[in-house]
Design a protein around this ligand. Structure first.
Ligand code: PGA
Length: 263
């Protein structure tokens, strides 16, 4: 795992946007796995700016979102469909037919989940999966105790997640849907690269367990220790509980030095 510690959220955003921009310049039909939540909003804004000012082209990009609430329609103001349109899709030249988000209103959920997985495979697999992390260590909506081999399915959200997401529902915990369709941990692990973003002190414990703790279903993000190409980009506040933070900074500085020398 590569751990990139940046002083601020703005710098975390800049580094993550550059990684995606560089990948997109190399592969115009990049397959992106996308996340919702507060953390990636800056990333989406930065990519939208790159589209507007530098003409970064999303016309061939294919996207798959991690998850969607069950029980609210796609046009609900708090749905992840609405979130993605508002924060990203409407701001770039992506084709609506190339954007995939789990359909929480699907009647036959199991069949829908199988089709969602098949669509990822048909697209050639996810090149870069953007991830946030929950305070409880979840990735997507794979809450603690999720099988580390799980596939796209319906999950019940933990109290911690309901509380964390309540601000988006007028601060009312009871208004947050109790279930979601989410890509599984196993689905996420098949992405060619994972880019996990974490900002703020409230994520420090989850980050320390995920990076330096044992691999366990109790902290689903810890399975990323087994992923061959995971980059975690975190700010100082989210990094403060890491024991080896100086080492991670040294690794990153050395890598930048080699890159600047043309290696
Ligand atoms: P956040 O959510 O970015 O809103 O903190 C992250 C997550 O729950 O995965």
């Amino acid at each position: 795992m590569e751990i990139i510690v940046q002083p601020t959220y703005a710098q975390l955003v800049a580094v993550s946007a550059e990684i995606i921009r560089d990948a997109l310049l190399k592969k115009p039909n990049l397959v992106l796995g996308l996340a919702t939540g507060s953390t990636p909003i800056g990333l989406y804004e930065a990519l939208a700016r790159m589209h507007k000012t530098d003409g970064l082209d999303f016309s061939e990009v294919i996207t798959f979102n991690l998850d969607e609430y069950v029980g609210i329609p796609p046009n609900h103001p708090c749905s992840y469909h609405t979130f993605m349109e508002m924060h990203f899709f409407n701001a770039v030249n992506i084709r609506p037919e190339n954007c995939h988000i789990p359909q929480s209103t699907a009647v036959a959920h199991e069949e829908f989940c199988e089709r969602y997985e098949a669509a990822i495979v048909d697209a050639g697999g996810i090149d870069i999966q953007v991830l946030g992390i929950g305070k409880d260590g979840h990735i997507g909506f794979n809450e603690p105790s999720s099988s580390l081999g799980s596939r796209t399915r319906i999950k019940t959200l933990t109290q911690s997640t309901l509380e964390a997401n309540a601000p988006h529902f007028g601060g009312v915990v009871d208004a947050v849907p109790k279930m979601a369709i989410t890509m599984g941990v196993g689905t996420i692990m098949e992405a060619k690269q994972c880019l996990l973003l974490a900002s703020g002190e409230s994520k420090a414990e989850a980050i320390s367990h995920a990076v330096e703790g044992p691999i366990t279903a109790e902290v689903p993000a810890s399975v990323l220790q087994m992923h061959p190409r995971t980059i975690m980009i975190i700010d100082e506040a989210a990094a403060w509980q890491l024991k080896r933070v100086d080492y991670y900074k040294q690794v990153y500085a050395n890598k930048q030095k080699l890159l600047s020398q043309g290696h």
